[in-house]
Design a protein around this ligand. Structure first.
Ligand code: PLP
Length: 380
C-alpha cells in the first residue's frame, strides 16, 4: 500500500510491476549457477509452474516446464523458433501489438506464416479461425495472445484451443500477462506451449520467461531450433537431465526472487485469490475513473482485470506527459497507450497493488485534472 512505501513508486503498468519488499530482498542472496541448492530452487520452480498450469493431477506427468533467460519476448521467440518444423506453417491470430510481434518473429525466422489480422478492439473471430483451419491443411501451429496487453482485451483462448485441437494442430499461447492472475490451465486452453514471464502476474522481477509444455510435443522438437541461445529443447533437456542446470549463466538473483514470489502467490490463496484481488483493483479503479468522466476503450465484456485503456479526455488539449509527470510526482506510475488509431493511456491493476491504492490513485487523478484545468471530459 502506498503509505507503507518509502521511495517506491506504485507501478500501474503491465510489468515490471510493484513487487513486495520480501521478493526484492530475496535478490540479496548470491548463488553460483553450479550450486546444488540453487539448482534445487530451479527444480522447485519448474515443478511449481507445472502445478500452477495443470488443472488435473492425472495430467501432471504429461507436462513439463523450462525457464529461458531474457524478457518475455525471448521466450516467445524461443518457442516460435524451436517447435515449428522446417516444413511447418504458422497461423497467428493478431488483434494487437503482441500478436503482431509473433508474426514479426516468425517471418524474420523464415517460417511460413499466415495471419488473421483484426482490429485491436475486436476479440478473435472464431468463425474466421475455423474457416482458415479448414481451408489450409498446411497450417501445423496456431499462436495467439490471451490477454492482449495492447488494449487489455481478453481473447477467447478456450474456444480457439478447442478448435485447434479438433483440427489436429498445435497451439502456442502467449499467456504472458494473464498466467498466475487469471484462472487458466493447459486443459482449459488446450495449449501445447504456454508462455509467460517472471515479472507479470506471479509478481517476480524481470529477467527470465518460462514455458509450460506438453511433454510429448516438446520432446519431439529436438533439432528444430533456428537459434542456439534460444533453443527451447536444448535448454529444457539440460534442466531435465541435469537437475535444474541452465546451459549458460542464469539470472540467479531473479530466480531466487521468483521462488519467493511463487510462495507468496500460494500464501495469498493461489490464482483464484489473486484474480479476485486484480478484479477488485480494476473495478475500483474503473468506477473511480468513470466517476471523473473517463471512458474506457473496451466494453466491460471483453475487458481483462490486468490493464485498462482510457481515452484521453479533451483530446485536443490533453497532454499525456504532463498528466504522467504529475501523477509520478505523487508516486503513481501509469502507462502510455499502444493502440494504433485511438488516443489512449493505460492503467494496470496487477502487482502488489490493492483496492485502497486504486482509491488513492483516483483521488490524485482528480487533483491532477484540476491542476491541468481539464473538466469536461469527452470520449476520443
Ligand atoms: C509483457 C508481454 C510480453 C513480453 O514482453 P517483454 O517486454 O518482452 O517482457 C509478451 N506478450 C504479452 C501479451 C505481454 O503482455
Amino acid at each position: 500500500m502506498v503509505n507503507e512505501r518509502d521511495t517506491q513508486y506504485l507501478l500501474l503498468t503491465p510489468g515490471p510491476l510493484s513487487t513486495t519488499r520480501t521478493v526484492r530482498d530475496a535478490m540479496m542472496q548470491e548463488y553460483s549457477t553450479w550450486d546444488a541448492d540453487y539448482n534445487d530452487i530451479v527444480e522447485f520452480i519448474r515443478v511449481r509452474l507445472v502445478r500452477l498450469a495443470v488443472r488435473d493431477d492425472v495430467n501432471l506427468g504429461a507436462h513439463t516446464s523450462v525457464l529461458m533467460p531474457g524478457s518475455g519476448t525471448f521466450s516467445v521467440e524461443s518457442v516460435i523458433g524451436s517447435v515449428i518444423p522446417a516444413d511447418g506453417k504458422l497461423l497467428v491470430l493478431n488483434n494487437g501489438a503482441y500478436g503482431a510481434r509473433i508474426t514479426t518473429i516468425a517471418r524474420m525466422l523464415g517460417i511460413d506464416t499466415v495471419e488473421l489480422g483484426q482490429a485491436e478492439t475486436e476479440p478473435t473471430d472464431l468463425g474466421q479461425v475455423e474457416t482458415m483451419l479448414t481451408a489450409d491443411k498446411a497450417i501445423t501451429h496456431v499462436a495467439m495472445v490471451h490477454c492482449e496487453t495492447t488494449t487489455g482485451m481478453l481473447n477467447p483462448v478456450e474456444s480457439v484451443g478447442e478448435m485447434v485441437r479438433r483440427h489436429g494442430r498445435e497451439f502456442i499461447l502467449d499467456a504472458m500477462s494473464s498466467f498466475g492472475g487469471i484462472p487458466l490451465s493447459m486443459e482449459s486452453t488446450g495449449a501445447h506451449y504456454l508462455i509467460s514471464s517472471a515479472n507479470k502476474c506471479i509478481q517476480g522481477v524481470p529477467g527470465f520467461g518460462f514455458v509450460v509444455a506438453d511433454h510429448g510435443a516438446l520432446e519431439s522438437t529436438r533439432g528444430r531450433a533456428r537459434s542456439h541461445s534460444l533453443d527451447l529443447f536444448d535448454q529444457w533437456n539440460e534442466m531435465e537431465t541435469k537437475g535444474g542446470k541452465w546451459r549458460f549463466t542464469s539470472p540467479t538473483h531473479v530466480v531466487n526472487a521468483f521462488a519467493c514470489a511463487l510462495n507468496e502467490l500460494e500464501a495469498e490463496g493461489g490464482v483464484q485469490a489473486r484474480h479476485a484481488r486484480y478484479l477488485a483493483n480494476q473495478k475500483t479503479m474503473v468506477e473511480g475513473m468513470r466517476s471523473l468522466g473517463f471512458q474506457t476503450l473496451l466494453g466491460d465484456e471483453v475487458q481483462s482485470p490486468i490493464i485498462t485503456s482510457f481515452y484521453y479526455p479533451e483530446p485536443d488539449r490533453f497532454d499525456f506527459q504532463t498528466f504522467y509527470d504529475a501523477l509520478k510526482a505523487r508516486r503513481f506510475v501509469i502507462y502510455p497507450g499502444k493502440v494504433s488509431n485511438a488516443q489512449c493511456f493505460r492503467i494496470g491493476s496487477i502487482g502488489d497493488v490493492h483496492p485502497e491504492d486504486m482509491n488513492q490513485l483516483v483521488a490524485q487523478v482528480g487533483e491532477v485534472l484540476e491542476e491541468m484545468n481539464i473538466h469536461s471530459l469527452a470520449a476520443g
